[in-house]
Write a protein that binds this ligand. Structure first.
Ligand code: ADP
Length: 209
């Protein structure tokens, strides 16, 4: 299945996409992770993306579209994929429709208040990307997967969180309507437990077959 996980920053797209990608055995493609890797490797794409990301702004459409087009052409995407964090603008969604045949779009619906708390308390492993929340770390400071010290992403600092949410409402939220009209949208409340959300997503996917 070719899927999109849509939702505001902090909605849990990455966590859920990773879980569902394991269930469906298709790759989880996160444009945010691809940019962070490109930045740490100092590639030309990374250099183009960095200042936008640090400011909580979107990376320009042409840069993201080229990156995703190249990624979806890879062999491991032949049996499907989950896109996490792309598309984020109507322009990206229109470009995607020219090179992808989508089966479903899962929209994770979470209130802004919950998002601010989640994002500002989020810690991540800089090596494997695993996400954590300070409220559930019990003072632990290392990644449970590989033991690397956890960090706070620069764009999870409070000032940047607010601009990311504004960007979401202005640029990305219109995609809900876009995919509703395309009859691909399934909305799932993102303010449940992780397991309950995964379950609701799998149920929605089952129904869309
Ligand atoms: P989150 O969903 O928590 O905001 P991501 O890891 O998906 O985090 O994205 C982090 C940043 O990467 C975004 O704020 C943006 O600057 C950039 N980015 C990721 N995906 C896209 C995209 N599709 N279009 C433009 N910018 C993007």
């Amino acid at each position: 299945m070719n899927l999109i996980f849509l939702g505001p920053p902090g909605a849990g797209k990455g966590t859920q996409a990773a879980a569902v990608s394991g269930d469906l055995k298709v790759p989880h493609i996160s444009t945010g992770d691809m940019f962070r890797k490109a930045i740490s490797e100092g590639t030309p794409t990374g250099l183009k993306a960095k200042s936008f990301m640090d400011a909580g702004q979107l990376v320009p459409d042409d840069v993201v579209i080229a990156l995703v087009k190249e990624r979806l052409a890879m062999d491991d995407c032949r049996n499907g994929y989950i896109l996490d964090g792309f598309p984020r603008t109507v322009e990206q969604a229109e470009a995607l429709s020219a090179f992808a045949d989508l089966d479903a779009v899962i929209n994770l619906d979470v209130d802004d208040e919950v998002l601010v708390n989640r994002l500002s308390g989020r810690r991540v492993c800089p090596v494997c990307g695993a996400p954590y929340h300070v409220s559930r770390l019990n003072g632990e400071t290392a990644c449970k997967v590989d033991g690397t010290p956890l960090i706070q992403r620069d764009d999870d600092k409070p000032e940047t969180v607010l601009s990311r949410l504004n960007v979401y409402h202005e640029k990305t939220a219109p995609l809900i309507d876009f995919y509703q009209k395309a009859k691909l949208l399934h909305s799932v409340g993102g303010d449940l437990s992780l397991e309950e959300i995964s379950e609701a997503i799998l149920k929605a996917l089952e129904a869309s077959k």
